[in-house]
Design a protein around this ligand. Structure first.
Ligand code: HEM
Length: 302
């Protein structure tokens, strides 16, 4: 949605105010967008609070670096979940916050790099060499470059300058950034890879959803049961991926790792957690559609 051209002084003032993230597309104050802005800033504020209170352990900068990196990846996945969220939750307003979530992911990623430089006592030559020669850092850097390109081109002016088609194609790089972020996460972990596997499972569902939506394009949207089936599919893919990972890395028989998903011997496994998060999303959509006050709109495709 774009602003209607207006020659009035009020219209000009609105256009000048437009970049403010708490204004809607018509330049009006939006409590919804302000709330989301505050929510997006909360993790950083919380980490800053813990840092100031000396609650981040013996290496506070490194701990903050981990927290902020984690939030950057979460925000990329959240921004990818907005389009399916609009369709599943029947909540068109969600699209208003997609740009904010994407820019926030970039801000967290840039702060993550800044914290890394701080952790290296701002020895920028060392930072550059490490990024060039340590593959997991090179991958993180590539993800950051993509996020930077998207943040720089996120304004309405850039949409106009690039043209909608080129802009959309550029912004499809977000899938690559998410994948690189997940790989970077896996590669920096020393022992427990549960959380990267949860992220991988969520990413798998987001990609399966988009694939299904593309295949069903022009055929009346996705049936209500399909996102739930895709959540199960993403869970199975996560369990298989995890078992192959432990087989290749530690030589553990894949059947043994797969079995743990059912015995709960080590608590709920990443496959189950990722499936549960996706199913909660789908169930929230079903509940919203069943509520008497729900806004009923035709299902939208991504
Ligand atoms: C130049 C870019 C980047 C550099 C130099 C960098 C560096 C690092 C370092 C040093 C760690 C901790 C490794 C350790 O303690 O052994 C880390 C962890 C992490 N980074 Fe990055 N990173 C970059 C970009 C990114 C980006 C763009 C994302 C998100 C998409 C990201 C997400 C993460 C995550 C999720 C972790 C693990 C956090 C945790 O332990 O929970 N990083 N990164």
């Amino acid at each position: 949605m774009r602003d209607a051209p207006s020659g009035s002084a009020k219209g000009a003032a609105q256009r000048r105010l437009r970049p403010m993230p708490w204004l809607d597309n018509a330049g009006r104050f939006s409590p919804f967008k302000l709330t989301v802005l505050v929510l997006l800033a909360l993790p950083a504020a919380f980490v800053a609070y813990e840092f100031a209170g000396g609650e981040l352990g013996p290496r506070p900068i490194n701990a903050a670096l981990h927290e902020i990196g984690n939030w950057s990846l979460r925000l990329i996945l959240i921004s990818l979940a907005i389009r399916p969220g609009r369709a599943i939750l029947q909540w068109p307003q969600l699209m208003q916050i997609r740009r904010m979530a994407g820019v926030a992911a970039f801000v967290y990623a840039a702060s993550h790099l800044l914290l890394y430089a701080a952790d290296e006592a701002f020895d920028l030559q060392k930072v550059a060499l490490e990024i060039a020669f340590r593959i997991y850092l090179t991958i993180g850097f590539a993800a950051l470059l993509v996020l930077t390109a998207m943040a720089v081109t996120s304004t309405d002016g850039m949409v106009r300058r690039l043209g909608a088609k080129r802009w959309r194609r550029l912004h499809q790089l977000v899938y690559g950034a998410a994948l690189l972020g997940v790989i970077h996460f896996f590669m920096q972990v020393k022992a427990n890879v549960d959380e990267p596997w949860v992220m991988a499972g969520l990413f798998a569902w987001l990609m399966l959803y988009r694939l299904a939506a593309r295949l069903r394009k022009g055929r009346g949207g996705l049936p209500e049961w399909l996102p739930a089936a895709l959540a199960a599919g993403a869970g199975i893919a996560t369990a298989l991926g995890e078992s192959v990972y432990y087989w290749v890395k530690l030589g553990v028989a894949p059947a043994k790792v797969l079995a743990v998903n059912f015995t709960f011997a080590t608590g709920p496994r990443p496959a189950l957690i990722a499936t549960a998060i996706c199913l909660a999303f789908v169930l929230a959509g079903i509940a919203r559609r069943r509520l008497p006050l729900a806004v009923r709109r035709p299902a939208e495709q991504s």
